[in-house]
Design a protein around this ligand. Structure first.
Ligand SMILES: [Ca+2]
Ligand SMILES: [Ca+2]
Ligand SMILES: [Ca+2]
Ligand SMILES: [Ca+2]
Length: 353
């Protein structure tokens, strides 16, 4: 399929000269790769749809058992290799589209992980609203795989190699710490891990109206993730992804395989997503990514090509956290006095270049 990309590179609006920072707007109407990450997917990479579900807490199966990997190669539009600090995410929106009709409820808000435990567990709490949110996560890898080497047809997992294989995915939804160390959250429920997804989806109909929470979701609904206002660790992940030119994201849900709107009639009860291989992708229902990226100097954290008081406010907040790498100018994972020295010099210069 042909990649349609619209590239608009221009000087920043606030500046007359194009020699200063650059804003790149890139629209990807289809991904470079997508893959249903499910142990029993025997057409890996070429499947036309990807279901997202949880079998519950079940030995041998991950809690987030059926996931969807999407990847966008951005290096043709956004120059890679400049150093991750130079990429400022002004806006970033990932959209995928629902393939099945009226099989699950819209839940736009986070659910307690404990609500996915078996009701016999002492920590169990009831879900407070219908359905389960659709989540997007950073990707982590095991068994030597990386974003560079994990293509959509690669093996699902390593040891144990006999499917089903819990905790064995070669690429997995990851909770990241300040140093970008990934923790696989595929078994988050049974391991009782705390931590939130990069973003939760909001769902929109074809007239761009958001569905009401609790609504039964029709086919063709847009599943939209805002990736611009994410945690510091996930923001740094996106910067690294742009620096390598490989944006990789994992979509998942703890929606159960039983009990939803279709459960009583034999239908499925969880979301299914169109992949790029589905014919529907050619008419606008494939995974899509919109990016607006400022490429400026390291210490210009808000991407307006000046290092000024607004960046200082940003720096101070990161400094107070210490374990917040967004303003880690010497890239030792901490934001501390050594970074302040670098910031102060850039602040004195005011202009990025
Ligand atoms: Ca695919
Ligand atoms: Ca819920
Ligand atoms: Ca600035
Ligand atoms: Ca540092």
């Amino acid at each position: 399929m042909q990649l349609r990309s619209i590239i608009a590179a221009a000087g920043l609006a606030a500046l007359a000269s194009a020699s200063f920072g650059q804003i790149v707007v890139a629209e990807y109407s289809t991904p470079s790769m997508d893959r249903w990450m499910y142990p029993f997917n025997f057409s890996a990479g070429s499947e036309g749809r990807a279901a997202l579900f949880s079998p519950g807490v079940l030995a041998g199966f991950d809690d987030r058992d059926a996931q969807m990997l999407v990847g966008f190669d951005t290096n043709a539009e956004i120059t890679p290799g400049l150093g991750r600090l130079r990429y400022k995410v002004l806006s970033a929106t990932l959209s995928v589209f629902i393939e099945n009709d009226q099989a699950f409820w819209y839940d736009p808000s986070a659910d307690s992980i404990a609500s996915s435990l078996p009701s016999t567990d002492p920590d169990y709490v009831a879900d407070s609203d219908p359905g389960r949110p659709i989540e997007v996560w950073a990707c982590g890898y095991r068994n030597g795989y990386t974003a560079e080497t994990f293509g959509e047809t690669e093996a699902f997992g390593g040891v144990p190699i006999v499917a089903p294989a819990e905790g064995a995915r070669n690429v997995f939804p990851a909770l990241l710490d300040y140093a970008q160390t990934p923790t696989d959250v595929s078994r988050q429920v049974r391991l009782k891990q705390t931590g939130s997804a990069m973003a939760l989806a909001r769902l929109f109909d074809e007239s761009n109206a958001e569905l009401a929470p609790g609504a039964v979701v029709p086919e063709g609904t847009e599943v939209r993730f805002n990736l611009a206002t994410v945690s510091s660790a996930n923001y740094v992940y996106l910067q690294h992804a742009l620096n390598t030119g490989l944006v990789r994201l994992m979509i998942a849900s703890l929606e159960a395989t039983t009990g939803g709107p279709g459960g009583g009639t034999g239908g499925v009860t969880y979301p299914r997503i169109y992949t790029r291989e589905n014919a529907a992708a050619e008419i606008g229902y494939g995974p899509q990514l919109s990016l607006e990226i400022a490429i400026t100097c390291d210490a210009d954290f808000n991407g307006d090509n000046f290092v000024d008081d607004s960046d200082f406010v940003f720096f101070a907040a990161s400094y107070n956290e210490l374990l917040d790498a967004r303003c880690d100018l010497n890239e030792d994972t901490f934001t501390d006095d050594a970074d302040f020295v670098i910031f102060a010099a850039a602040y004195d210069a005011l202009l990025c270049d």
